[in-house]
Design a protein around this ligand. Structure first.
Ligand SMILES: Nc1ncnc2c1ncn2[C@@H]1O[C@H](COP(=O)(O)OP(=O)(O)OP(=O)(O)O)[C@@H](O)[C@H]1O
Ligand SMILES: [Mg+2]
Length: 249
């Protein structure tokens, strides 16, 4: 049986004369990997901003686990389990991969201060951070400074940083952007390995990755969700083909 984790009801947002989100409706079930796709400028990033609280909607309602969070702050939403990966500020470049993850684990445990005095001696913390290093496929890069990682490795670490906060839901805005084929494959495998464990909402232009990874896909056109369905049904949806996929197979 499915259980709704996040529900956006008729969210609207305008910038000046531009109506960016019009009655944005989205329902995310616990455990699913839901992709949000749509043409450039359709309002995908704006929609994510409304979900995480970076932007306030003009109207509409947002429920997390049935609880109204429409007016809840970004920080409080994060504490309630809404995590967004790939924030510019999320990595400490002069810290190693392992130290970055130790900080993230420690932040999750709410023992953020006195990092060095405590952390180096806390075996449990090291073990927990190391497990994230391993799951992100960065074991051989554990002692490398984050600032010296490749673009793809940074994405892997950023995923780990977000996951270390033990989120109920992970929001990803174009995780594959700027990655070569190798990096895309690695990140796809990583995201795939998280399926079922954490609920994911992923905005992504790489349709190959989207159709391979997603349980369900929502299509956004001019700020409005025009279809939500399985990848197979979305591919066959005539409206979607006309509006977005341009008749692609
Ligand atoms: N802060 C803002 N002020 C004014 N207009 C904005 C603002 N943010 C976004 N827009 C406009 O809103 C529309 C939707 O932008 P948004 O970034 O949400 O689209 P998107 O679907 O994420 O596009 P892309 O695929 O290119 O990332 C665009 O026309 C954009 O120029
Ligand atoms: Mg965007």
């Amino acid at each position: 049986m499915t259980e709704t984790l996040l529900k956006a009801k008729n969210l609207c947002k305008h910038f000046g004369a531009l109506q960016v989100c019009r009655n944005f409706n989205l329902q995310i079930e616990r455990g699913e990997l839901h992709a949000l796709i749509g043409p450039n400028g359709a309002g995908k990033t704006t929609a994510l901003d409304l979900l995480t609280g970076l932007l306030a909607p003009d109207s509409g309602t947002l429920l997390l686990n049935g609880r109204d969070i429409t007016k809840t702050s970004v920080n409080k939403r994060a504490r309630l389990g809404l995590a967004r990966a790939f924030q510019v500020t999320s990595l400490f470049n002069s810290f190693s991969v392992l130290d970055n993850l130790m900080l993230a684990v420690q932040a999750q445990q709410g023992t953020g201060t006195h990092f060095w005095s405590r952390a180096a001696h806390d075996r449990k913390l090291v073990a927990s951070a190391t497990s994230f290093v391993e799951r992100m496929g960065l074991l051989d890069r554990a002692t490398v400074l984050a600032g010296n990682l490749s673009h793809g490795e940074r994405r892997q670490l950023e995923m780990g940083m977000a996951l270390a906060t033990k989120p109920a839901m992970l929001l990803l805005d174009e995780p594959m952007a700027g990655l070569g084929p190798g990096g895309t494959l690695k990140l796809s495998e990583l995201i795939s390995s998280l399926k079922g464990e954490v609920t994911i909402l992923m905005v992504e232009h790489d349709t190959h990755a989207v159709f391979a990874l997603a349980d369900r896909i929502s299509v956004l056109v001019q700020g409005e969700v025009v279809a939500t369905d399985t990848p197979k049904m979305i591919k066959e949806n005539k409206l979607v083909q006309a509006a977005y996929l341009g008749g692609a197979k």
